[in-house]
Design a protein around this ligand. Structure first.
Ligand code: ACO
Length: 427
């Protein structure tokens, strides 16, 4: 074997192939390990495990690089649109003018929801977290669109992918409208994907809604920044759920549930809440000390990342977008100054330097979203909306892979060995 890894275990000398991708770390192919040795590998949190082969997104966390189908995220954020980036993620190449027009038209034709779905919303309490509504309504799509759930049929997969990408803004906006007691707004397909979402969220039937181009652009860019991020927790959840053959709507609902957690998509909400709690720059040292204290559960939200051990490239774009939105809306939020100061202090503190903790995409996004008018509970919903394209691209890639297997990790069992049942009166 030319490129292999040797392992001596259980009295055997074994050799495993080392596989190379186009770029990035090599992987040791241990698929035969259990069959040959009766042993598993142990890697909770998958810190050293590649769970699949993928050609969609590449991250070099040490260098702060994020590529979609080879294109750097900074270039996409500057020059592309969310629709174009979605096409790229789904199809592997940037579209021609006519391909982009066709794709955009197809998506806009799927923006409406089955009318009966509106009654679902009324079953939720008004104060329900919109992510709870998202989990429920997206899961329910499988009950409404069962004409596209034969996952072995590429056309069904394509239609359900388009439906998910197109309907997510409508579902998200309706979750918001329900929480504030305003009427649902039907989509306006003459607007862009993002402009339509803003109108469905902030418009009311009684008045004409004017989309502010700078806000539309900033929001579109935020969607691009969140579109995909290789095998993160929610994407891995979508893949794992999909590996059993579950329908795409149910799989995406599972991804939404995972994204909700504060260690993942919920961090943008947590980051803004933290900045509000800190309030003014003079309080920063107190919170930095708490973040460093091992006995205090407090962490700097929006800081640190499993993969990035350098500045998250998305945070760079996010930081510059704050100013654009402030200028367009003629607002200023003192929390931005607090955030800049917090970043500055943390990046010069040996604790954060040694642990390679840098701002991630969520550190600045809350400030922008709040300036646009979104309540904090909607932040993770916006993340889910944008990440849907990444989820469906990854799900499609997995289902199309002829070597695809059900995802079934093993364990290191530390419970009781076999023992006899003890009747209740003898315990
Ligand atoms: N504040 C203070 N200390 C931190 C932070 C933080 N935000 N993040 C990590 N650390 C410390 C840990 O205490 C740990 O210290 P130790 O080695 O002394 O025990 C060390 O840095 C490594 O941290 P882990 O939690 O082991 O790293 P992991 O890769 O498992 O976690 C995570 C990554 C969950 C993102 C973590 O950095 C965190 O909780 N950050 C805050 C939440 C956040 O912003 N999440 C958004 C992630 S981006 C996204 O999902 C879009």
């Amino acid at each position: 074997m030319s490129n292999s890894a040797k392992l001596s275990t259980g009295g055997k000398d074994l050799e495993y192939p080392v596989l190379s991708g186009t770029v990035g770390p090599e992987v040791i192919d241990i698929r035969k390990l259990y069959g040959q040795t009766g042993q598993f590998t142990f890697d909770p949190g998958f810190t050293s495990t590649a769970s699949c082969e993928s050609a969609i997104t590449y991250i070099d966390g040490d260098e702060g690089v994020l590529l979609h189908r080879g294109y750097p995220i900074g270039q996409l954020a500057e020059h592309s649109s969310f629709m174009e980036t979605s096409y790229l993620l789904l199809n592997g190449e940037l579209p021609s003018t006519s391909e982009l027009a066709d794709f955009t038209r197809t998506i806009s034709r799927h923006t409406m929801l089955h009318e009966q779905l509106a009654t679902f919303y009324r079953g939720f309490r008004r104060d329900a977290h919109p992510m709870a509504i998202m989990c429920g309504v997206v899961g329910a799509l499988s009950a409404f669109y069962h004409d596209s759930t034969d996952i072995s049929d590429p056309l069904h997969r394509k239609i359900s992918s388009h439906r998910l990408i197109a309907k997510m803004p409508t579902i998200a906006a309706m979750a918001y409208k329900y929480s504030v007691g305003q009427p649902f707004m039907y989509p306006d397909n003459s607007l862009s994907y993002t402009g339509n979402f803003l109108r469905m969220t902030f418009g009311v039937p009684a008045e004409k809604y004017e989309v502010i181009p700078a806000v539309e652009k900033a929001m579109d860019r935020i969607f691009i920044l969140h579109a995909d991020h290789e095998q993160n927790a929610s994407t891995s959840t979508v893949r794992l759920a999909g590996s059993s053959g579950a329908n795409p709507f149910a799989c995406i609902a599972a991804g939404i549930a995972c994204l909700w957690g504060p260690a993942h998509g919920g961090a943008n909400e947590a980051a803004l809440n933290m900045l509000k709690e800190i309030g003014t720059p003079d309080k920063i040292p107190h919170y930095i000390a708490r973040a460093k204290d091992k006995n205090d559960p407090f962490r700097l939200m929006g800081f640190g990342h499993r993969v990035y051990k350098n500045y998250d490239p998305r945070a760079t774009v996010m930081q510059s977008t704050v100013r654009e939105v402030f200028d367009a809306l003629k607002v200023n939020d003192p929390l931005f100054e607090t955030a800049l100061e917090l970043e500055h202090i943390a990046l010069n503190d040996p604790y954060f330097i040694d642990k390679k903790l840098f701002p991630n995409v969520d550190f600045y996004s809350g400030i922008i979203l709040s300036a646009i008018g979104f309540p904090t509970t909607m932040f993770t919903v916006l993340f889910a909306l944008a990440r849907t394209v990444g989820w469906v691209a990854q799900w499609n890639e997995m289902i199309s892979d002829p070597n695809q297997k059900i995802g079934r990790p093993r364990q290191l069992y530390t419970g009781s060995t076999e023992r006899d049942y003890v009747p209740l009166d003898k315990r």
